[in-house]
Design a protein around this ligand. Sequence first.
Ligand SMILES: [Zn+2]
Ligand SMILES: [Zn+2]
Length: 155
Amino acid sequence: MKLNVSQYFQGVDEQKEYEFSLDLSHVEIDGNSPFKSPVKIKAIIDSRIRIVTLKLMIECDANLICDRCLGEYEQGYSFTYDATLVSDANSVGFDEETNEEYLLVVDDEIDIEEIVTDIVLLGLPTKMICSEDCKGLCFTCGHNLNESECECEQD
Ligand SMILES: [Zn+2]
Ligand SMILES: [Zn+2]
């Protein structure tokens, strides 16, 4: 999913809003495909005196597997992303060290899918817990202690 941004570098001041929905159902995390419903993206591109900025607002629902009880749970996430688009790597101000704020435009295009996939995957927690008080599984018999207590509990 690529967006051609060449018009914004022509020196005409304008602001445009786009809406996308992105199917990330093929993305797997630890063998699980969390994104059953499409990710919603709102993108605002703003061009002022040839300074072009991109703002993304991303909303998604993820079906995740709890690390503690291995149960599936759904959690909504929203992310925002701001960057200045740079049409030429040599232009003044492009700093590789802080490239999260500068996005290099290649062949007049930015790859919304790639950017959003990175943001969403980096934005998900590394520890996934279905709820603060998830009791997890019994170490002995593997029973899900959120559902009921098991026989092993006495000792
Ligand atoms: Zn859990
Ligand atoms: Zn048990």
